[in-house]
Design a protein around this ligand. Structure first.
Ligand SMILES: [Fe+2]
Length: 435
């Protein structure tokens, strides 16, 4: 069926139009979810999640209430038969009167591609099951930012669970704990059924910062709980990193740390882009929290400084797709650069619509800018199926009163296949050479 679509629609984009939709009200934060088993057994693992950690490796993260529980993971390809073991490390943090449990991280691997593994943390508690991503196309990413932990989050997660994704991409604003640290634990419990089975790759939003003047540095909880492969990708900060999976190079940037041309993030981004080999990874994706192309009145212009600093780099590198959150709505652009249409620019998607307690951003700038192809203030999630080196199918699914309804879809052709990347080779080299 998808091959047929490719033949029928060789053009760059094909979008569907949706009918008017009555937008729902926000929902409250869910009640405390911590399961009674881990509460009464302090050494039992809870809040289990997994993430990619370099080629053929994954990081398993879990939390125990006691500080004597060991940090190891047993794993294997058959239930209850663990023929491998990985030793990890643990950390904890204090936040005013709150003391976290012990946060364990263990990297397992080398793992076979596209394979189910069974694992158990610290020799106790439930057995979990994960699937590693494929090494070749096709690969499917699930996408939703600004997740939170409301009734809307719960149904959005159920929709994501149905979509048979390989990797989840979250462009910032995870728990909406907002200084109330027990809500990070609540969030960890809420997402465990999904996040323990597929890698969740996240970057930080403003709600992760939680800094307090003279008392608390920023991102203490986020960095402790959601450790991403920054060391594996040559970064010195958990706030920006990259990874490669099945022919896709994914760069996770930080909207809430320095990004100007003198910053460490900028230096790292240039180094990372210089290593991208488009014959090995023809698709190049970038995620960060605050959108650069946004026609919603919410957070209007908030991404302009970062855009001014970094968009020339991304353009010169031929980035195919940029995904952001922050604005609680959905918007998809045409290919753009420097504020205007450009066939060699990126498609920008804003998808801060996971379902957080703050509700939706309803008000838009009118008329709709030329670069804006589709926009709607609804909760929902995205699915990006990269079919091969030249074509990907993007769809956005509205959370329609708890039903998942496809409201926008489009075929996207890669910049490699359109010749843009070849054209830009000299441009990229000169941009990377300049400081
Ligand atoms: Fe945000």
């Amino acid at each position: 069926m998808e091959v047929l679509k490719l033949l029928l629609f060789p053009t760059l984009f094909l979008a569907t139009v949706t009918a008017e939709y009555v937008r729902p009200l926000p929902r409250k934060t869910l009640p405390i979810l911590r399961d009674s088993f881990s509460r009464t057994h302090s050494s039992y693992p809870s809040q289990v999640h997994v993430s990619l950690a370099g080629d053929k490796h994954m990081r398993v993260t879990w939390i125990t209430d006691d500080n004597h529980s060991p940090s190891f993971v047993e794993y294997g390809k058959a239930s209850g038969r663990y023929d491998s073991i990985a030793e990890g490390e643990s950390t904890s943090y204090s936040y005013l009167l709150y003391s976290s449990g012990t946060i364990h991280h263990a990297v397992i691997g080398p793992l076979e591609d596209n394979t189910e593994y069974f694992y158990r943390c610290a020799g106790k508690g439930s057995e979990f099951q994960l699937k590693t991503p494929p090494s070749e196309f096709p690969i499917t990413f699930a996408v939703a930012g600004d997740l939170g932990q409301t009734g809307w989050t719960e149904s959005t997660l159920a929709h994501i669970d149905q979509c048979k994704y390989d990797v989840y991409l979250l462009p910032g604003d995870l728990s909406y704990a907002d200084y109330m640290q027990h809500l990070w634990d609540n969030f960890g419990t809420l997402v465990e059924p999904l996040a323990s089975t597929r890698p969740w790759m996240v970057t930080e939003g403003n709600h992760e910062k939680e800094s307090l003047l003279f008392l608390m540095d920023g991102f203490v909880s986020y960095n402790s709980r959601w450790k991403m492969p920054f060391k594996e990708s040559g970064s010195t900060s958990n706030l920006y990193y990259s990874f490669e999976v099945a022919g896709v190079h994914v760069i996770m940037l930080g909207s809430h740390t320095d990004y100007d041309e003198y910053s460490e993030q900028y230096r790292w981004l240039k180094a990372d882009l210089s290593k991208v080999d488009r014959t090995r990874t023809p698709w190049l994706l970038v995620l960060f929290h605050v959108p650069w192309y946004n026609s919603n009145k919410a957070h209007q212009g908030a991404g302009d400084d970062m855009k001014g600093a970094m968009e020339p780099l991304l353009y010169a590198a031929g980035v195919d797709l940029v995904i952001a959150g922050h604005v609680h709505a959905y918007e998809r652009s045409k290919r753009v650069y420097n504020g205007g249409l450009d066939p060699c620019g990126a498609v920008h998607i804003t998808i801060g619509d996971g379902g957080n307690r703050e509700g939706l951003a309803h008000r838009y700038i009118n008329p709709q800018p030329k670069w804006s192809e589709f926009r709607e203030a609804s909760f929902g999630h995205g699915e990006l199926k990269i079919v091969n080196s030249t074509h990907a199918f993007w769809s956005w699914n509205r959370n329609d009163d708890d039903e998942s309804v496809k409201a926008d879809d489009i075929w996207i052709t890669s910049l490699v296949s359109s010749g843009c990347v070849d054209q830009k080779r000299h441009e990229l080299r000169s941009v990377l050479m300049t400081s």
